[in-house]
Each structure stands twice: as structure tokens, then as C-alpha cells.
Design a protein around this ligand. Structure first.
Ligand SMILES: [Zn+2]
Length: 164
């Protein structure tokens, strides 16, 4: 994977402005309290800060922007499955329910992000996404498995297993 020219400079500028705390806001299913959960704990069982009810591990795909993507891929303690997709892409729409099932069934073991390649082109560009859907599984911040083309949940789960 080669970086476009000038990329090093932009990285440096961006790094200065990266917020220290990103994470994700998760709403407590019991009391509705908004809880900020750091990326490293998104696959863990937690407790609501207000009512102490259990916050289960993230079990659904998350539409990510660039900041959330960077935070989760860098800090997650489990493999991060990323679905690069776009609204106009038929195979992407077909695979969306399978990605949703994957997220539900791998709760606590993997995290599932979605990158809309039209809305977050800088992340898609960084990984040279040429065709969609493309799936990349990250582990320890690095892309370790990458495949393109729709497949069912079992096929998607195999990609996560290869990364584990
Ligand atoms: Zn609560």
C-alpha cells in the first residue's frame, strides 16, 4: 500500500489536532443516559454511569467517520471488521443485513464498522479502495485481511476468523 505524495505532511498536521478522548456515545437501554465508551472498551460489558445497568458489548455495525475509524482501529482490543460501502452500490445493500448479523453474532469478540466511501472518502482513499463492497479486518491497528465482493454472514465471519 503506497501513500499518495504529501501524505506525511498531512499526517503530522492531523496528529496535532486529534482529540484525546474520542470513543463512542452509547445510550443506556434502561435509563436513556448517554455514556461515553472508549474504543478499547466497546467490545466489553460495561455499566451505565447513571443507573448502573449493564451496557452489553457493541452488537451492531457503526457508521464511522474518520476520527471514530482511527480511534477504534487503533485502540480496540479485538479485531475490527470494516465494511467499505456506498448507497448506490447494489451488492453493498445486499450484504448489509449479513454485516448486521455478523456484528450481532460477534459481539464481544469483534467490532464492526461501516465506512461510506462517498461520505468518508479520505479513509477509503487511504486504503486504496477500488471496488465495493470491500472488507478489511484490522488487528492491532494494522489491516490483516482484505477481500472484495458480497458474501453471506458465514463468509464474512471467515474473514474475522482469519484475522484472529
Ligand atoms: Zn442507565
Amino acid at each position: 500500500m503506497s501513500a499518495p505524495p504529501g501524505r506525511g505532511r498531512r499526517d503530522l498536521d492531523e496528529a496535532v489536532f486529534v482529540p484525546i478522548l474520542v470513543g463512542m456515545i452509547r445510550t443506556c437501554p434502561a435509563c436513556g443516559q448517554a455514556n461515553r465508551v472508549p474504543a478499547k472498551h466497546l467490545a466489553d460489558r460495561g455499566k451505565c454511569g447513571a443507573c448502573k445497568a449493564e451496557l452489553p458489548p457493541l452488537a451492531e455495525p457503526v457508521e464511522a467517520d474518520g476520527a471514530l475509524f482511527d480511534d477504534v482501529v487503533k485502540n480496540a482490543k479485538v479485531p475490527v471488521f470494516v465494511d467499505f460501502w456506498a448507497a448506490w452500490c447494489g451488492p453493498c445493500r445486499m450484504v448489509a443485513p449479513e454485516v448486521k448479523k455478523l456484528a450481532a453474532h460477534s459481539a464481544g469478540k469483534a467490532l464492526v464498522l461501516k465506512i461510506d466511501t462517498d461520505r468518508v472518502p479520505e479513509v477509503a482513499g487511504r486504503f486504496g479502495i477500488q471496488s465495493i463492497p470491500t472488507f478489511i479486518v484490522f488487528k492491532g491497528g494494522e489491516p490483516v485481511v482484505r477481500e472484495s465482493g458480497a458474501r453471506n454472514e458465514a463468509g464474512l465471519a471467515k474473514l474475522v476468523e482469519r484475522a484472529a
